[in-house]
Write a protein that binds this ligand. Structure first.
Ligand code: UD1
Length: 433
């Protein structure tokens, strides 16, 4: 298993290119199941979760093609080699998402809605427990039942069928779920009649999916609000779509600049995607300014100040940026109260940050972080993507050497993280094996 070794204490300076959003690309890839024509997705990130979704789609019978094998370098024609994925679900060979893939990546459940809508049947492994809490899929299933799906849970699988097709319905989600909103938008696009989704998620990734579905011929209104109306159509067509920039990658590198006291321009991204994070960083004393290409992040001199935050559905502060901000608050002047409301058990980074000298106490869903002047390097590991990257960020600021183990968690969602940081002056390397 690969590890990453960091010798901390060097301010980052330079530019970092932000890739396409993993969490937008995953539902967009699943949307290819809705049509027999080709869906071409540009600005695709090269991360392990995308490869896993590709593998799942291939098993379902989707033809997959990539525009060359490059790593995303710009081409003379304005494209990026290796970043445009063509997905063609001409005929579906299979309707099962097997346990070994769903276990690796919970977002595999996003094929459920499209398969049901297009093929009338789907068999998707239940995701089971995961490192950040139980994460059930009950909201997805109840809503699909309201569209007329029959659902049984058997042998660890969701067995879903729509013997009479899917029919529009009024669906009020009991709580905000990104994945359930996406699954239902896709299923309702091919249902007979109109569906209304209330208490829908509003994340930029949902908006990106809505934009792509509209380009495929879906009739969707209210994208980006908590009430989405979908008028079903008989068929959808192929489309070309550029995946929006990854706001969590943007926020993560913003914290990297801040935690090292650096000056970094994040390019091919937008300030508007990370307003809630930018606001907190600004309160902490980090300078963030929009540029022609993206966002400049700078912290000169003084320590950041402690700030309080509560994770919430978009447009609130994102749970996927909670661990990274905690790493920054670990070296802030003063105390910070960080409250997690989206997931249970999303503080696995706390004991590891504590091993690096952070002073953090957890009470239920809140963590009290009392800033210390300096962290000390240590061998650390984490059990999920964002927790892992928070340890890496802490390592960038820490005295001496930090080794982050189990880098495969990072590789699920961050493309060439060590290369991007090294190019800005970090002393960081991947140790293979
Ligand atoms: C997506 C993101 C993930 C992010 C999360 C919240 C992707 C691929 N992943 O995950 O990175 O952290 O949004 O912003 O886009 N819940 C239920 N029953 C359900 C569905 C969800 O109880 O049927 C609960 C979850 O356990 C969780 C909360 O609702 O506590 C929010 O989950 P949800 O918004 O569905 O997250 P995901 O779509 O899985």
């Amino acid at each position: 298993m690969d590890r990453i070794r960091i010798r901390g204490g060097r301010p980052l300076n330079g530019a970092i290119r932000i890739g396409g959003a993993k969490n937008a690309a995953l539902p967009l890839m699943a949307a290819s199941l809705l049509t027999d024509e080709t869906l071409a997705l540009g600005n695709l990130p090269h991360v392990a979760d995308i490869a896993t979704m590709g593998e799942l789609l291939v098993q379902l019978g989707v033809g997959v093609s990539m525009n060359g094998a490059g790593d995303g370098a710009p081409l003379a024609n304005g494209g990026n080699e290796g970043r445009v994925l063509g997905l063609t679900a001409e005929a579906l060979a299979n309707r099962t998402a097997p346990y070994d893939l769903v276990r690796k990546m919970r977002a595999s459940v996003l094929v459920l809605g499209p398969l049901l809508a297009r093929a009338g049947r789907a068999r998707v492994s239940l995701p089971g427990g995961c490192a950040i809490g139980p994460r059930p899929v009950d909201i997805h299933l109840r809503a699909l039942e309201q569209l007329g799906a029959e659902i049984d849970l058997r042998d660890g699988y969701i067995e879903a069928s729509a013997p009479n097709g899917l029919h529009g319905a009024q669906i009020a989600f009991p709580s905000v779920s990104v994945g359930a909103t996406e699954n239902l938008m896709m299923a309702a696009s091919l249902a007979v009649g109109e569906t209304t989704l209330t208490n829908a998620a509003r994340e930029p990734e949902i908006q990106d999916l809505g934009k792509c579905l509209s380009a495929m011929g879906a009739r969707i209104e209210g994208i980006g609000t908590d009430t989405i109306r979908v008028a079903g159509v008989a068929r959808l067509r192929g489309a070309e779509h550029q995946v929006l920039p990854d706001r969590i990658e943007t926020g993560t590198y913003a914290v990297a600049a801040a935690i090292t006291g650096g000056d970094v321009e994040l390019v091919e991204t937008e300030m508007g995607l990370i307003e809630a994070v930018a606001e907190k960083l600004h309160d902490a004393g980090v300078e963030m300014t929009p540029t022609a290409r993206g966002v400049r992040v700078r912290r000169a001199g003084n320590r950041v100040s402690g700030i309080d935050l509560v994770t919430e559905p978009y447009p609130g502060y994102p749970t996927d940026m909670q661990a990274q901000m905690m790493a920054l608050m670990a070296i802030a002047e003063g105390a910070s109260l960080i409250t997690e409301t989206i997931f249970e058990n999303r503080f696995m980074h706390v004991p590891e940050l504590s091993r690096m000298g952070a002073n953090i106490t957890v009470h239920g869903g809140s963590a009290m972080v009392r800033g210390v002047p300096v962290l000390t390097g240590a061998p650390v590991m984490a059990t999920d993507l964002r927790a892992s990257v928070s340890l890496l960020l802490a390592g960038l600021a820490a005295r001496d050497e930090t080794v982050v183990n189990r880098v495969y968690h990072l590789d699920r969602g961050y493309e060439r993280v060590e290369e991007k940081l090294a190019a800005c002056g970090a002393d960081i390397e991947r140790i293979r094996g």
